[in-house]
Design a protein around this ligand. Structure first.
Ligand SMILES: [Zn+2]
Length: 134
């Protein structure tokens, strides 16, 4: 691990800079439009705007963090939506496997039981892979 790089301007939120609510680009307070995407920077200070601003700050930081992570280690983490997808897949596979297994027991069917075990096994492996990546 090398020393942390110099923090980008956005992370040290100075009072004389504000983030563009459209693209997250840090602009000077005196700017009337974003230097990056030309969106108007004039806004009223409502609760909704506060939420929007907070959201963009968090998103901006998250993107910077992702960038730094991918620079730090060559192994890139799977994106969030992929993790969710794998999680659902694992749960569904396990659930279907257990369901098939119970019906296989009631029908006394060996091949169905085998398929069920395979499904459960695959579901567990999917979940295990997902959590070991963390
Ligand atoms: Zn912008």
């Amino acid at each position: 691990m090398d020393k942390p790089k110099k923090e980008p301007v956005t992370l040290n939120q100075s009072p004389d800079s504000k983030l563009c609510l459209n693209c997250g680009f840090p602009n000077r307070n005196t700017d009337t439009q974003c230097m990056y995407c030309r969106t108007s920077m004039i806004e009223d200070s409502g609760l909704f705007n506060w939420f929007r601003q907070t959201y963009y700050i968090l998103r901006w930081r998250w993107q910077l963090k992702q960038k730094r992570n991918s620079l730090d280690s060559q192994e890139s983490k799977p994106p969030f939506y992929r993790s969710i997808g794998f999680f659902i897949l694992g749960v569904v596979l396990s659930a279907v496997g257990i369901f098939v297994f119970t019906s296989a027991i009631s029908q006394n069917s060996f091949s169905s039981g085998l398929i069920a075990l395979l499904l459960v096994g695959y579901g567990i492996v999917t979940l295990k892979t997902l959590f070991s990546n963390k």
